[in-house]
Design a protein around this ligand. Structure first.
Ligand code: IPE
Ligand code: IPE
Ligand code: MG
Length: 246
């Protein structure tokens, strides 16, 4: 252990905020109650992330597949989202949070789209935390949208097939301007990605915990950070310990 680098903090944390429904049902309440509690957990988590000095947080709030849920639940989720846009953005702005939404927003009504654009504009000069909120996002559609732009460039003669590199494709993807997530957290006990960032997490450290999202906060974040600090990221290379002792 003495050979290891000092414990590292991730620069970019991505979170699949899962478990709201089960949290509510466990208390004999409707699932919507869990979503309300989930939005409080997000506020707590943003504060905890900022206190730890982590500069980038990306959260999965609504997936392209979540439209498969009952209409009433989808409406509740979108209402909560609108409420947060009206109520919480000012406070986030005061704390220096820059908000950005990722995902296809064309499907949302004008009120929601205006709220999203205003939140982005209002906070665009902030630097304390870059907060990316994924709504109507899926990793596969992110890749498809990038491929469409690449195909369009090729069709107009602006890109030759052999010039399509990983770097070039990456440029067309969401979050291209940021370092990829170092730490990917999923709460709620399921061990899957559910179509969240796919390309971007090629070398992220994955952390799954049983805590249901409404119970997440500073303490659960700390446990994830301690686990992350114990990982050795090799990116296909060799262990530093072995290299030194070879
Ligand atoms: C996550 O909690 C919130 C969204 C997917 C929008 P769930 O609603 O998926 O809660 P569980 O997984 O059913 O408990
Ligand atoms: C993933 O959770 C999506 C969000 C947290 C927004 P789901 O609850 O939708 O994922 P599955 O259905 O369990 O894979
Ligand atoms: Mg779920």
């Amino acid at each position: 252990m003495a050979d290891r680098e000092p414990a590292q903090l991730p620069r970019h944390v991505a979170i699949v905020m899962d478990g709201n429904g089960r949290w509510a049902l466990g208390r004999g309440k409707p699932r919507s109650f869990g979503h309300q509690a989930g939005s409080d957990a997000l506020k707590r988590t943003i504060e905890a992330v900022m206190r730890r000095g982590i500069p980038i947080l990306t959260v999965f709030a609504f997936s392209c597949e979540n439209w498969r849920r009952p209409r009433a639940e989808v409406r509740k989720l979108l209402d909560l989202f609108l409420k947060a846009l009206n109520k919480d953005v000012r406070e986030l702005d005061e704390h220096g949070v820059r908000i950005n939404f990722i995902g296809d927003r064309k499907v949302f009504n004008q009120t929601l789209r205006d709220g999203m654009a205003q939140a982005e504009q209002r906070t665009c000069g902030n630097t304390a935390l870059q907060l990316n909120v994924a709504v109507n996002y899926s990793g596969r559609s992110d890749i498809v949208a990038a491929a469409q732009r690449i195909a369009a460039a090729a069709a107009t003669g602006n890109l030759a097939a052999e010039d399509l590199t990983e770097q070039r494709l990456n440029q067309e993807l969401t979050l291209a301007h940021l370092p990829p997530p170092d730490l990917f957290i999923r709460t709620g006990g399921e061990k899957r990605l559910s179509n969240f960032l796919l390309w971007q997490i090629a070398y992220s450290e994955l952390y799954f915990c049983d805590v249901l999202w409404p119970d997440f906060g500073a303490e659960a974040l700390e446990a994830a950070l301690i686990d992350y600090a114990s990982r050795e990221r090799r990116f296909g290379g060799l262990s530093q310990i072995r290299v030194r002792s070879a």
